[in-house]
Write a protein that binds this ligand. Structure first.
Ligand SMILES: C[S@@+](CC[C@H](N)C(=O)[O-])C[C@H]1O[C@@H](n2cnc3c(N)ncnc32)[C@H](O)[C@@H]1O
Ligand SMILES: Nc1nc2[nH]cc(C(=O)O)c2c(=O)[nH]1
Ligand code: SF4
Ligand SMILES: [Mg+2]
Length: 193
């Protein structure tokens, strides 16, 4: 759908330069999704893998974030192999609703109520990032934390439109439950892509 070189705004790798490949297509249907224009894969031009790799490696950074849309609706075997061959570190942003394909250096799973994550993807997550839209999401967060590995990093990220209401609850929760950390969509505060 789009490609851009920016700073990873969220989660464990926040603040690090990364080239984003946003792949079209998603059927998860989050009511608060901040890229609904990504949902229809056919609305976006197809780009060949060598062209994506060339664009990604035209910058100083070598970290590539593959996101969407839901990137795991595509078989990512060839794209990630080509990026690795070009010396890139491959990071994914996924809901976990589809089986994991490809070679990954960092896996961020952000599970959704609208389409459940697969246990096999949760078990491979380096990072679990829960979007907090209302109070009930803390209990829901714990249900998913029980399904990831013991070394998986746990993040609570406010849903953007609810951030001012949810941040005080997130702060209190992290102080009481220090295995969790705060994640903010810092790129939105920085006004960068
Ligand atoms: C747009 S999604 C694309 C990747 C994948 N479909 C997923 O949901 O993980 C990228 C990240 O943005 C988060 N996100 C989407 N809309 C958001 C919003 N309104 N507020 C906060 N985070 C949001 C998602 O939970 C996910 O972690
Ligand atoms: N800067 C920046 N960081 C991000 N981290 C995850 C994003 C996404 O939409 O997947 C995203 C994004 O859209 N921009
Ligand atoms: S799974 Fe990701 S891309 Fe799909 S609707 Fe939800 S937030 Fe948006
Ligand atoms: Mg985003």
């Amino acid at each position: 759908m789009e490609q851009f070189y920016t700073i990873q705004g969220e989660g464990y790798n926040t603040g690090r330069a990364a080239y984003f490949l946003r792949l079209g297509g998603c059927d998860v249907g989050c009511v608060w999704c901040d890229v609904k224009e990504s949902w229809d894969a056919d609305a976006h031009p197809r780009v060949a893998i060598p062209d994506m790799v060339a664009a990604a490696t035209a910058h100083a950074g070598r970290n590539v974030v593959i996101t969407g849309g839901e990137p795991l609706m595509h078989d990512l075997t060839q794209l990630t192999a080509a990026l690795h061959a070009a010396g890139c570190q491959n990071w994914i942003e996924t809901s976990g609703a589809y089986p994991l394909t490809g070679q990954w250096d960092w896996i961020c799973v952000s599970p959704k109520k609208f389409k459940a994550p697969l246990p096999s993807v949760l078990q491979q997550a380096h990072e679990l990032k829960i979007i907090v839209f209302n109070k009930s999401d803390f209990q829901w967060a714990e249900q998913h934390a029980a399904l990831v590995g013991e070394h998986t990093r746990l993040y609570l990220q406010p849903e953007w439109s609810k951030a001012s209401q949810m941040m005080p609850l997130i702060v209190d929760y992290v102080k009481e439950n220090p295995r969790w950390q705060v994640s903010l969509q810092t790129h939105k505060y920085l006004d960068i892509p």
